[in-house]
Design a protein around this ligand. Structure first.
Ligand SMILES: *Cc1c(COP(=O)(O)O)cnc(C)c1O
Length: 368
């Protein structure tokens, strides 16, 4: 089996028989066939092939294979954004009356999707208060179908006890979804600790250069779809086995919602992935050095970085993330006014809203 650093360079490589050393950008909407029968067979799923880039595109498929390999998953679907990935996964699993249990302190767009948008379709979300597995075990109900957490939450930087979350999920036969955007496969493969689905906003660390928006859903293969609590997927699993969810997603939900990845963006993500290993190591060592510096500065009231020895999450960083605390840190200067003054005085760090770029950013989350 290839190691992560090798997969990042070679996984899913496709050269279309031309010997091209880089996966080409298949900038095409549709795919032509020589006979009507051939196209009909591909359409019906009886023969392999591409039909229309809303459903699948070879550049995006190369990225999907690379991400699935990196996560140790059975397959992946790339999407137009991280939000499209979370929305498609949720819409593909849930019905009116179902409930999501989610950690709190997570990405604002996800909070809004759960609280404002999915609620319009009768899907309720309960947000945990202290993000502990004990609380999770207590608030679970008959209607809970999905547990959602971020590996390192953005912006609160909580690190849930992932294998305890998996225990609770498995006990109730509920799907456990990990948003691993802030950790990437370099810090953790959520599959190794029991997550059933892994989500990435590839716009962030995976891209790494702030030049494209994208997302991905990886099925780790750990959820038994045949015996799962999702009737239509269980039915499909009789024919499609463990690929049932990805098939249901690609051929129905994702096809109907239309949140497909653009081939050009998938190309940029493939390029970004090539340097991810080195970038993540550097993000983590820089963030740790900065956290240590800020901690000893007289004007800094508090520093929150999970990789600091005094952080309540330090133990989990060792257990789950190989000791790497991630590329995000927060600190307090005593209020909005001093924070704004500090941001305005910075010469290099840019004031913008896209984590995971190789260039440092600074933002005041409470006012954005
Ligand atoms: C940015 C982000 C998202 C949403 O991704 P987009 O690509 O911006 O749609 C989801 N989860 C986390 C943790 C994020 O940081």
């Amino acid at each position: 089996m290839m190691k992560a650093d090798t997969i990042m360079l070679h996984g899913g490589q496709s050269s279309n028989g031309t010997g091209a050393s880089v996966t080409p950008v298949y900038q095409t909407a549709a795919y032509a066939y020589t006979s009507a029968q051939e196209l009909a067979d591909v359409f019906a799923g009886k023969a392999p092939g591409y039909v229309y880039s809303r459903i699948a595109n070879p550049t995006s498929v190369a990225l999907e294979q690379r991400l699935a390999e990196l996560e140790g998953g059975i397959g992946c679907i790339t999407t137009s954004s991280g939000m499209a990935a979370i929305a498609s996964a949720a819409m593909g699993l849930l019905r009116a009356g179902d409930e999501i249990l989610s950690t709190s302190g997570i990405f604002g767009g996800t909070v809004s999707l759960f609280a404002n948008t999915l609620s319009r379709f009768g899907i309720k979300t309960k947000f945990l208060q202290n993000n502990s597995s004990e609380e999770l075990g207590k608030v679970i109900s008959e209607r809970t179908r999905l547990i959602f957490f971020e590996t390192i939450s953005n912006p609160a930087m909580d690190v849930p006890d992932i294998d305890r979350f998996a225990e609770v999920a498995n006990k109730h036969n509920i799907i456990l979804v990990a948003d691993s955007t802030a950790t990437t496969p370099i810090l953790i493969r959520p599959k190794d600790f029991g997550a059933h689905l892994v989500i990435h906003s590839t716009s962030k660390f995976i891209n790494g250069h702030g030049n494209a928006i994208g997302g991905a859903i990886i099925d780790t293969g750990l959820y038994n779809w045949r015996q799962g609590r999702f009737e239509d997927i269980a039915l499909l699993a009789k024919r499609a086995g463990q690929m049932a969810f990805l098939s249901h997603l690609r051929n129905l939900i994702y096809r109907d919602l239309g949140g497909c990845a653009s081939p050009m963006n998938s190309f940029l993500m493939l390029q970004g992935l090539e340097g991810l290993g080195m970038r993540m190591q550097r993000h983590c060592s820089n963030a740790l050095a900065l956290a240590q510096f800020l901690k000893s500065h007289k004007d800094v009231k508090w520093v929150n970085y999970p990789g600091l020895a005094e952080s309540g999450y330090y133990g989990r960083v060792q257990k789950y993330f190989k000791g790497l605390g991630g590329g995000l840190l927060s600190f307090g200067l005593g209020g909005r006014e001093s924070a704004f003054k500090f941001i305005d005085a910075l010469k290099m760090a840019r004031n913008l809203a896209n984590i995971g770029d190789s260039k440092t950013l600074v933002i005041h989350p409470a006012s954005t």
